[in-house]
Design a protein around this ligand. Structure first.
Ligand SMILES: [Zn+2]
Ligand SMILES: [Zn+2]
Length: 433
């Protein structure tokens, strides 16, 4: 089968530092000297024209979706890229191994904004190596670079801007000021402690990188559970595993986050639990692993009188302070109590605080809306504002008029509709001839 794709090798293949599939597509597009959207169209045309009989088409929205999770479209994309580039094992650049064992919503574990390790970026720049985005950086439980023990960054070191995913410029340049996302080492934050789940995810990625076609079996968590069931008596069973192993009519699939919690709860490496659950269960007592106790829900904690008293004082202060006062959620967070506890302890104070603050908020919203109603399209059509682009206008308006982003968005969308009226079917019908 002829191919137009240049053989760009994937970075970090076979290790836990494997490249994310999004990043690989970005680099492929750059190697062909075209934007990602054009590259995806070209790829689609080529596959449609040359694909073997009976092969499925490439997903329609492949250029617009994150490509690190799993799903039929991503699976097909991996196949197409493997055929085109000649490289095998590209499935390890995604979470395809989880397609059976985990639910569809990998969104809970995948990041949709860029995060990167500044030290890795600097090393690549100094060594002249191609910069790529590691799959690890796309996973929410990973908050630091395991190699350099530096906290991952997500804001441009030059303009402080947050990063958006856009296909028309390389991801290692800021999406706002287009400067490289590298900074000097004096601004790096050392992070010595691993976040929960970090080690498990690195292990899983390393396993998938060396076994790219492996798919974790759907029943692995249940098989693990059945093998350890005898260790837990009835009551402790509910406490230990009830969350994860509910008996339901239709079997449900676990989220990747739940799988990580099971691994932590039973102090078993996630890879072992998913690959060979019986062996993992048998090894636990040998290693002297007791299930970690669950944290008590904050609502069930017995709070002493001092905490209650402090909360009461805070509530009364907030009630007197008006709009500047702390919210109920903030007071509870600071005192380390559950949000429902103060309403049990001091029902009348909490009720009046909530009512008071809701009224204040509503009044403020009306004032803000009235203020923004005075903005006209002419105010926004200055050359400076036009350079910003409509999509960033709400942020600008919110900053300039110091209102919340929701209210700014509301006003901008009204102005936008008047600028570009939508022609609906009904309005077309009523048009005079
Ligand atoms: Zn690093
Ligand atoms: Zn920037």
């Amino acid at each position: 089968m002829s191919t137009f794709l240049l053989p760009v090798p994937p970075e970090g293949a076979g290790t836990s530092d494997v490249e994310a599939l999004d990043s690989y597509l970005d680099r492929l597009a750059a190697a062909h000297g075209i934007a990602l959207s054009s590259f995806c169209r070209l790829l689609d045309d080529w596959w449609e024209h040359d694909k073997p009989v009976g092969e499925a088409s490439l997903g329609r929205y492949i250029g617009h979706i994150p490509k690190c999770g799993f799903g039929r479209d991503i699976e097909q994309l991996v196949k197409v890229l493997e055929t085109g580039t000649g490289f095998r094992g590209l499935a390890s650049m995604t979470l395809l191994a989880f397609k059976e064992v985990s639910g569809r919503h990998v969104g809970e574990v995948l990041r949709h904004v860029h995060h990167w390790c500044p030290a890795c970026m600097q090393e690549w720049e100094q060594g002249g190596a191609p910069a790529y985005e590691k799959l690890l950086w796309r996973l929410k439980p990973i908050s630091r670079c395991p190699t350099h023990r530096i906290r991952l960054e997500n804001q441009c070191p030059h303009c402080g801007g947050g990063q958006t995913r856009r296909g028309d410029h390389p991801w290692f340049r800021c999406s706002q000021c287009f400067k490289p996302l590298c900074n000097d080492s004096s601004r790096w934050t050392i992070s010595l402690t691993a976040a929960p789940g970090e080690k498990d995810l690195i292990d899983v990625l390393a396993f998938c990188a060396t076994n790219p076609s492996y798919v974790f079996r759907r029943d692995s968590p249940h098989r693990f559970f059945h093998a350890i069931k005898h260790e837990l008596d009835g009551k402790r069973l509910a406490n230990s595993a009830g969350d994860y192993f509910h008996k339901r009519d239709i079997p449900t699939r676990k989220l990747v986050g739940s799988l990580l919690r099971i691994a932590q709860r039973f102090q078993t490496p996630l890879t072992d639990l998913l690959v060979d659950p019986r062996q993992a269960a048998a090894a636990r007592p040998l290693n002297g692993m007791e299930p970690k106790p669950l944290n008590l829900h904050p609502a069930n904690k017995a709070h002493d009188h001092l905490v209650r008293e402090r909360v009461r004082q805070e509530l009364e202060v907030a009630l007197q302070q008006g709009p500047e006062g702390k919210s109920l959620a903030q007071i509870c967070r600071e005192a380390g109590v559950c949000k429902s506890s103060p309403s049990r302890w001091f029902p009348s104070i909490v009720a009046s605080l909530v009512k008071h603050q809701t009224e204040l908020r509503d009044r403020q919203r009306e004032l803000d809306l009235a203020r923004l109603a005075a903005i006209t399209l002419e105010d926004l059509l200055t050359p400076e504002m036009q350079a910003i682009g409509w999509h960033k206008l709400p942020h600008f308006v919110a900053r300039q008029w110091s209102v919340s982003i929701y209210i700014a968005r509301k006003r901008v969308s009204v102005l936008r509709r008047t600028a570009h009226p939508v022609v609906t079917r009904s309005s077309r019908k009523t048009k005079p001839r």
